[in-house]
Write a protein that binds this ligand. Structure first.
Ligand code: ADP
Ligand code: TRP
Length: 329
């Protein structure tokens, strides 16, 4: 069975955009692949310097993925920081990474450009962790002989860099020491709209948190921005973010029925929001219950991640032994 590897950045509270755009598609991979999932906590350290916020984020993300259905009996789930071999591999990869390659990374270039536009020093506010981010990411991937790495479009350059670095190393030692990974970009994943109609994103403050309480969920849905059409007027499904969200949670029959009511007129936005709340709450309430149980027991969450780390370290130890030997270390 081929191997897939998913890296999860522990930044911020999960929202329903993350659920449909990242969590659900990544969990579906476990049916077809020998799937591994990890929380990239050392990647997060580059931008999160508050220890309790980082710790809390790791716990929330771990509880979130488990509540959404990640099954640790079938897949390996661990924290990056629990696998010291990854950091040794990063050091090895540094010796095969041209500095120019990292200079060309989109994320780094965007930060430099923003500094230049402000007339600041080009490297102001950029730490070495951000600069070498792609090398650590390459180590995450190459360590586990990953065949495919499901990522958003913004991450494809990082996968290409992992390929380049692995090829440079393999070429030097004239052996296939590292498997060349492929990016798997989900083309069909819908962009989930937020409360204001823009893409749901924590940077826009327009999210519906995945584990919001029933009361909060209702309040947020009631805040979705609509046009000023009256109750009697027929309504357009295409331009309605209530409908766009409804589609994600409803059955085909329910979808058709609501579309018909939109067309017929006689249904106000308040009633449409009630219908939306019903289907969202129906799907999310079991997740929310599991999440609340998991997050209230951090020791057990950490123990689950440690069990995963033990399995991951067996694989990592083998990869690292192979590489050290090849390098003459
Ligand atoms: P945010 O935009 O809230 O900062 P992240 O960048 O942390 O979210 O996204 C984590 C994952 O969730 C990525 O794979 C991203 O593609 C997915 N994602 C985030 N927001 C949405 C959305 N509104 N619709 C679909 N997928 C999304
Ligand atoms: N850089 C990825 C992101 O921003 C997270 C990540 C770190 C990752 N290491 C990885 C993703 C390895 C896939 C494989 O979302």
């Amino acid at each position: 069975m081929k191997i897939s590897l998913t890296g999860i950045k522990p930044t911020g509270t999960l929202h329903i955009g993350n659920y449909f755009g990242a969590i659900k598609p990544a969990l579906a991979l476990s049916a077809r692949y020998d799937a591994r999932y990890f929380i990239a906590d050392y990647h997060a350290l580059n931008v999160m310097k508050d220890p309790s916020a980082l710790r809390q984020s790791v716990l929330e993300v771990a509880a979130g993925w488990l509540a959404a259905g990640l099954d640790t009996k079938k897949v390996i789930f661990y924290r990056q920081s629990s696998i010291p071999e990854i950091f040794e591999l990063t050091t090895i990869l540094h010796a095969f990474t041209a500095k120019g390659l990292l200079n060309r990374a989109h994320a780094y270039k965007a930060l430099v450009q923003a500094n230049n536009e402000k007339g600041a020093d080009p490297d102001a506010g950029i730490n070495m962790g951000l600069f070498t981010y792609p090398v650590l990411m390459a180590a995450d991937i190459l360590m586990f002989d990953s065949d495919v790495v499901p990522v958003g479009r913004d991450q494809t350059q990082h996968i290409e860099m992992a390929q380049d670095i692995a090829q440079a190393l393999n070429f030097n030692y004239r052996q296939e020491l590292l498997k060349i990974p492929q990016a798997a970009v989900e083309e069909e994943v819908a962009v989930v709209p937020g409360l204001d109609g823009r893409k749901m994103s924590k940077s826009y403050g327009n999210t519906i948190p995945l584990f919001a309480s029933e009361k909060e969920l209702k309040k947020l849905i009631m805040r979705i921005v609509t046009n000023s059409q009256g109750v009697e007027e027929p309504k357009d499904t295409e331009s309605s973010q209530i409908f766009a969200l409804y589609k994600l949670f409803a059955s085909a029959d329910e979808r058709r029925a609501l579309a018909e009511r939109y067309r017929a007129g006689g249904m106000g936005w308040g009633e449409a929001k009630e219908a939306l709340f019903f289907v969202v709450n129906r799907e999310l309430s079991p997740l929310r219950e599991r999440y609340n149980a998991l997050i209230s027991n951090p020791d057990s969450l950490i123990a689950t991640l440690e069990e995963g780390a033990e399995k991951a370290r067996v694989i990592a130890g083998k990869t690292l032994a192979r590489l050290r030997k090849a390098c003459g270390i």
